[in-house]
Ligand binder design. Structure first.
Ligand SMILES: N[C@@H](CCC(=O)N[C@@H](CS)C(=O)NCC(=O)O)C(=O)O
Length: 217
């Protein structure tokens, strides 16, 4: 059955791969499932046809026959349950890998998203400058805790899992700020994720759409 994702017609990150379709593409590549992509404009994302798939008018969405999903956590979890490669067989190890998926989305991603909010979305507000250090401090706390748990391990809990895929995807969003480099072990962890052939294929696929146009000289 054909799998179809939606993605930005033109990602605001100009090909950095930070839009959330990349993590779903990565999961699909890890489990070896082919997929198609339907590109949507910001306008189309807020129109009824897309809202029927995604109640919040966002990307990505996932369609597979009669099944339509939104939320990258749910989509990656669906893929990880259906195909080998992203979740361990052992019950406890599997539950821990799922825990890391939730931790990435629920505990680590929110303060990172706040950084984008305070710098860009709320950047012109009078209080934005005062709020920035607070947001950065929250991120540093989380990253210190995460780095302590990772230690010198390759992945968060044994073999690479959907938990790592989600955590690396979330941490990547910090790269433009330079904050990831303050945590060398996490920067190396992210680099290991990016080095995976499945990630490389996912990145290349979004780059083919989002790479900046060459400047006319
Ligand atoms: N929690 C959602 C977040 C989805 C999301 O924020 N998507 C962004 C692109 S990465 C989007 O569509 N932004 C445009 C908008 O919200 O209008 C998920 O993980 O799928």
């Amino acid at each position: 059955m054909t799998i179809t994702l939606t993605a930005f017609e033109r990602s605001p990150d100009r090909g950095l791969g930070l839009a959330r379709d990349t993590r779903v593409r990565w999961a699909l590549e890890e489990v070896g499932q082919p997929y198609e992509v339907r590109l949507v404009s910001f306008k189309a994302m807020k129109e009824p046809a897309h809202l029927a798939l995604h109640p919040f008018g966002q990307i990505p969405t996932y369609e597979e026959g009669e099944l339509a999903l939104f939320e990258t956590g749910a989509i990656v979890f669906h893929l990880a349950q259906r195909h080998p490669g992203l979740l361990p067989k052992d019950d406890h190890a599997r539950a821990r890998a799922i825990t890391w998926m939730f931790a990435a989305l629920n505990t680590v991603e929110p303060p990172i998203l706040d950084l984008v909010n305070v710098k860009i979305v709320e950047g012109d507000k009078p209080w934005a400058k005062d709020r920035l250090p607070l947001v950065q401090e929250r991120i540093r706390n989380r990253l210190n805790q995460l780095a302590a748990r990772l230690g010198d391990a390759e992945w968060l809990d044994g073999a690479f899992s959907a938990g790592d895929l989600m955590m690396v995807s979330v941490l990547l969003r910090l790269r433009p700020s330079g904050m990831l480099d303050e945590f060398p072990s996490l920067a190396a962890y992210v680099a290991r994720g990016e080095a995976r052939p499945a990630y490389q294929r996912a990145f290349a696929a979004q780059w083919a759409i989002n790479a900046p146009e060459p400047q006319a000289s």
